[in-house]
Design a protein around this ligand. Structure first.
Ligand code: NI
Length: 217
């Protein structure tokens, strides 16, 4: 369903190509979000923590070249899904399943002359992450002694840094690879029977990596 939506989006982008200007390119490929789980604590108790696993989805990034060296990139993807596991004193317990969308907007500087096939780049930007469909685990419900359990994660706004490359194989087709560090911090709140049972700052701060094909209009 989500993949279908993205393919529909991509198809409409490609259909726009005759009117799209030559500064535009689209990258499509696998994108992986790998959370850094070192510093998340529950109720500020150092012995307790949360740990999210990594996930790979279909990534679509859109590049708009301002000139030969400066490019604006929008990173989009189908929604990521992570299992959140307990760490420290909560180790071995699945806490919840969460989904999120992390659109990121970056300004990139591309090295070398515009005629080069291989061009590395670096970028900085901002990220806005929306969490949704948070599902508490059976283990969490059992621990809290009720089925009336809700997990809510606040939206996150943070900075992103990026490095990558484009390799053009023809005038229109190429390869695109990038790695980004994104600052994603959220406040997680667990409600049991309608009242707050646990709060936690969750620093997801993932490494986001993408490899795919590039089409230049
Ligand atoms: Ni952070």
């Amino acid at each position: 369903m989500k993949t279908k939506l993205s393919i529909a989006l991509l198809t409409s982008l490609l259909a726009l190509s005759p009117v799209a200007n030559a500064n535009l390119s689209v990258n499509v490929g696998a994108i992986n979000v790998n959370p850094d789980n070192d510093s998340s604590k529950i109720n500020e108790a150092p012995a307790l923590g949360l740990r999210a696993d990594d996930d790979t989805q279909l990534g679509i990034t859109i590049d708009y070249a301002l000139d030969d060296n400066w490019v604006l990139e929008l990173v989009a993807a189908t929604p990521f899904s992570h299992d959140v596991q307990g760490a420290g004193g909560l180790a071995g317990n699945k806490i919840a399943k969460i989904k999120h969308l992390p659109p990121t907007f970056l300004a990139q500087y591309h090295f070398f002359d515009a005629t080069y096939k291989f061009r590395p780049f670096v970028g900085v930007g901002v990220n806005y992450t929306v969490f949704f469909d948070e599902e508490p685990s059976a283990a969490l419900k059992a621990t809290l002694g009720t089925d009336d359990v809700e997990v809510k994660l606040d939206d996150s706004f943070g900075f992103a840094a990026q490095a990558g490359f484009n390799y053009m194989m023809s005038e229109n087709w190429g390869l695109h690879g990038m790695v980004s560090l994104i600052d994603i911090d959220t406040d997680a709140t667990v409600y049991a029977g309608g009242s707050k049972a646990l709060t936690s700052t969750v620093e997801i701060d993932p490494v986001v990596a993408m490899f795919g094909i590039k089409y230049k209009f």
